[in-house]
Design a protein. Structure first.
Length: 433
């Protein structure tokens, strides 16, 4: 019986490209991302509904408010990362966010139609989204080596896609019986479970130390430095600057499509409940496609063809999608382009982007990474949001913005190819030591 169980375990490990000793860590990583993303994606349709309620023509103001809030959060996170042990950064951060969710749940229960509460929640969730995901990936890139990342990151990211699949379903089914406040309470509970999974990952690494890597006592000490070290580290490193440019181009492409989404949904569906259901349905389709790719394809592509392929393929396809939208700006065409863009980003771009950080210093994995994932990302949102709004006012037709988006997507692809080559050189140099 034991031999049969071992045989099954070996077959499963071979199927998913996982070594037997890594199985516990992979499960913890899957749970970390599943619970985080299920909680977030359960609330994402609520955020989109709040954004539409504030007026489609005012979205650029919400993007700007999000950028300002992100800048305000940067020194706070930098201070936390400097003062507490690396292994404690995520639990402290998630505990703070869970308390915020409880406060919003109370506000929505007491005044469900308050416009300023809706706008504040929109901005808060946009900051929470990037910061919480960035910290989760910081833990993962800190725990695993580069060669493990190529095999395991996409599989663990499959937990994110599964959470992104379950979350919208929960939101769609539960929004009527428990309301927005109930969804926020459930999301807070999921966030706590995600923090517990991250703690298990740290304990697993303590029990399975990597050769020629820091010991567990080093990871128990604070990173030190000042709260703004993340920003200064980025400007000192051409490699990190290139990652920042890659993220900036990614956000520009995303924002152009996001504004088009808001416009087309507002024109096609007038009822708020129906809008929430539409946003949730798109999320379900996206995550279904992403999870299959992540589990069975992404890791093998990264191992055989390198990180660069993960970073180039989606931008090239998105550039073609922009051209299609310019020629046929309909809701049906938009849905196809958006589904391909988002599922490709989750399955290829995000794991590939996180693999880039496996060859940087511990401080850069937390502080510089957080600066890029939050301030650079939301800065790109804010700037591209105003550019998109300006183009719509001048041209009074979305085709011009879509063609410009195609050019940005091509620049995104070129940057991804360059980063893939730099990562390969850094990885080779680290292995040669």
């Amino acid at each position: 019986m034991a031999s049969q169980a071992n045989a099954v375990t070996r077959r499963l490990a071979a199927l998913f490209n996982v070594e037997e000793r890594e199985a516990g860590a992979v499960v913890a990583g899957l749970l970390l991302f599943f619970l985080l993303f299920a909680g977030y994606f359960m609330l994402r349709p609520v955020r989109e509904t709040m954004g539409v309620a504030g007026g489609v023509d005012n979205l650029q103001w919400l993007f700007t408010g999000t950028f300002v809030a992100t800048i305000a959060a940067l020194p706070l996170f930098g201070w936390l990362a400097s003062k507490v042990a690396r292994r404690r950064i995520l639990p402290w951060t998630y505990g703070f966010f869970a308390a915020n969710l409880l406060a919003f749940a109370a506000a929505f229960a007491l005044a469900p139609d308050n416009l300023w509460s809706a706008r504040t929640f929109y901005i808060w969730l946009s900051v929470f989204n990037l910061l919480s995901i960035s910290v989760a990936w910081s833990v993962v890139v800190d725990v695993f080596a580069s060669n493990q990342a190529k095999r395991l990151f996409a599989l663990m990211a499959g937990g994110a896609s599964l959470g992104g699949l379950v979350g919208p379903l929960l939101g769609t089914l539960l929004v009527e019986p428990i309301g927005h406040s109930g969804l926020l309470l459930l999301s807070a509970a999921m966030l706590g479970g995600s923090a517990l999974a991250a703690c298990h990952l740290q304990r697993w690494r303590d029990a399975n130390p990597l050769p020629q890597r820091e010991d567990s006592q080093t990871r128990r000490r604070p990173l030190g430095g000042n709260p703004f070290a993340g920003a200064t580290d980025v400007f000192k490193s051409p490699y990190l600057m290139a990652i920042a440019l890659f993220v900036l181009l990614l956000t520009s492409v995303t924002t152009f499509l996001y504004f088009e989404q808001a416009r087309l949904v507002a024109e096609t569906f007038s009822d708020k409940t129906r809008q929430t259901q539409v946003f949730g349905t798109i999320d379900v389709v996206v995550q279904s496609l992403a999870i299959l790719t992540q589990i069975f394809l992404t890791g093998r592509v990264a191992q055989r063809l390198g990180v660069g392929v993960l970073l180039v393929a989606v931008p090239v396809v998105v550039a073609a999608g922009f051209v299609w939208l310019a020629l046929a700006p309909t809701f049906a065409v938009f849905v196809v382009v958006m589904v391909v863009r988002r599922s490709g980003e989750y399955a290829f771009v995000r794991p590939g982007r996180e693999m880039l950080y496996t060859v940087v210093t511990p401080g850069e994995k937390y502080k510089a990474k957080n600066f890029i994932d939050t301030v650079v990302y939301r800065g790109g949102d804010a700037v591209s949001g105003w550019v998109k709004r300006g183009l719509d006012l001048v041209a009074e037709h979305p085709a011009l913005a879509m063609l410009i988006g195609a050019g940005i997507a091509l620049a995104w692809a070129v940057t991804g190819g360059m980063l893939g080559r730099w990562h390969h050189r850094r990885e080779a140099a680290a292995n040669a030591q």
